[in-house]
Design a protein around this ligand. Structure first.
Ligand code: ADP
Length: 447
């Protein structure tokens, strides 16, 4: 129970003491002296208790308080009670921190807690193994002084943490690390580092495999196609089945050749990781030649195709890759729009950016297909795509090319009404802009 100490009680007690002292001194005519002696006694007693409390709080290591008298005992008990409460809270907090740290240690990823100016607050053992941090000696050190990597430094400087950063660890280990940064608590950051070396190696093996297979398939395919082309179907012996077989074989080898070509294009784009924007791309001239090819392709389908091109809108980039992207989008619109449709192609400047758009009034694509269109070999209608000679790689190539030019494909489509495929090239790659980096100097790292 909490003791009650009130002003009234103290006053009544002191008054009682002094009255008793006065009464005791009265028979001797020494009331004042007795009261004075009482004052001295009270002063001495209070000093004694002050001494006891100071000794207990500052010198003794004991939790239990000293014996006190009167109100002092209540004060000692109060302090004792508060101290016990504090100790209990501290213990709970210590357990909580220990549990959190044990949890963070059990994570399969390296974790570093950082302040807003990148000083290390804490790191787990994996962080010590992966990036060579030392705990606790590195506490308070700036992480960019310990992880000496220019890309990592830039990552911290730009504070664009939506996308993880991939860095190669220095030294001979060939480690590839993925760094994710997450704001956490008040003004703190959680840096999570994952070893993705094996993942990258597997990805590379897959890429190499596809590139090698495509390359190896090219020669036998060319030989087959060559022989099939020189065979005159008309002069093939009866039965007529042979003539049909010849036509189908020729068609299929052409299809396979297209597939191999596109696989090789995709592999080539993936293999060259860095784009150096030192090449001027004359997009208007490219689109003019594409217009002629489109009209040739359009002979059967009889669409009305209109091109609206800004003749001065040139950019920097990789000509062959961009040609492939433009061509895939225009060819798709021709292929997937029913005969006699309307297709418009435009290349225009918009707020210093260069925007390319292909609109058609074809069948359109249902929303659940739209988000998967850029996956390799994804086709809305497998059977129909096969008939149109589609490989399912066209939009995957477009996506890759655009990401290498700091852009991305936008698809708007409404079933029954048509589709719009567009992308916008950022201002720094558009020639003639004040912001455009001079040729041969602009370098961008593209994943
Ligand atoms: P494909 O070689 O089969 O054309 P793409 O990757 O270029 O492969 O296209 C993927 C799929 O997207 C196509 O199979 C087709 O179903 C759909 N598609 C692409 N462009 C259009 C378009 N303009 N209108 C309707 N569907 C389209």
């Amino acid at each position: 129970m909490r003791p009650q100490l009130s002003k009234g009680k103290i006053f009544a007690k002191v008054l009682l003491f002094y009255a008793l002292a006065g009464l005791l001194g009265w028979p001797f005519g020494q009331s004042t002296l007795f009261m004075l002696l009482l004052s001295l006694f009270l002063l001495a007693s209070n000093y004694k208790h002050l001494f006891l409390i100071t000794k207990w709080l500052w010198h003794d290591r004991k939790l239990t308080p000293p014996e006190g008298k009167g109100f002092w005992q209540q004060i000692f008990d109060g302090i004792y009670y508060q101290q016990r409460r504090e100790r209990k809270k501290r213990k709970e907090l210590r357990n909580l921190v220990r549990r959190f740290r044990d949890g963070a240690e059990a994570l399969p990823e390296a974790v570093v807690v950082l302040t807003s100016d990148w000083a290390i607050v804490w790191c787990n053992k994996l962080a010590q193994m992966l990036v060579g941090l030392r705990w606790p000696s590195d506490e308070g050190q700036r992480i960019d002084n310990l992880v000496r990597n220019p890309e990592f430094k830039n990552f911290l400087k730009q504070k664009q943490f939506q996308q993880p950063l991939e860095i190669s660890a220095s030294g001979s280990s060939n480690l590839v690390l993925e760094c994710k940064m997450m704001p956490y608590g008040s003004e703190q950051y959680l840096l999570i580092i994952r070893d993705i070396t094996q993942l990258k190696q597997l990805e590379q093996i897959r890429k190499d495999f596809v590139a090698n297979v495509s390359h190896e398939l090219r020669t036998p395919l060319t030989v087959l196609q060559g022989y099939l082309e020189v065979i005159d179907a008309e002069r093939l012996p009866e039965p007529a089945m042979w003539q049909k077989a010849h036509t189908v074989m020729l068609e299929q080898t052409k299809r396979m050749d297209g597939l191999v070509q596109q696989l090789l294009t995709l592999s080539r784009i993936e293999a060259s990781a860095r784009v150096q924007f030192d090449e001027e791309v004359d997009v208007p001239a490219m689109l003019m030649s594409l217009e002629q090819e489109a009209q040739a392709l359009n002979r059967e389908k009889q669409h009305s195709i209109s091109f609206s091109i800004d003749p001065d809108l040139k950019i920097t980039g990789v000509t062959e890759e961009l040609r492939s992207a433009f061509s895939n989008l225009v060819t798709n619109a021709i292929k997937y729009t029913p005969d006699g449709g309307e297709i418009s192609v435009s290349w225009q400047r918009q707020h210093q950016r260069a925007v390319f758009a292909v609109n058609d009034n074809g069948e359109g694509i249902a929303p659940h297909h739209v988000k998967r269109l850029t996956e390799r070999f994804y086709r809305v209608d497998q059977a129909r795509a096969r008939n149109t000679g589609g490989t399912g790689l066209g939009l995957a190539i477009v996506k890759h090319v655009l990401s290498r030019h700091n852009s991305q494909l936008m698809i708007f489509s409404e079933p029954g009404r048509g589709s719009s495929f567009s992308f916008s090239i950022p201002a720094e790659l558009v020639l003639g802009n004040s912001k455009t980096a001079p040729l041969k100097k602009a370098k961008f790292k593209v994943k």
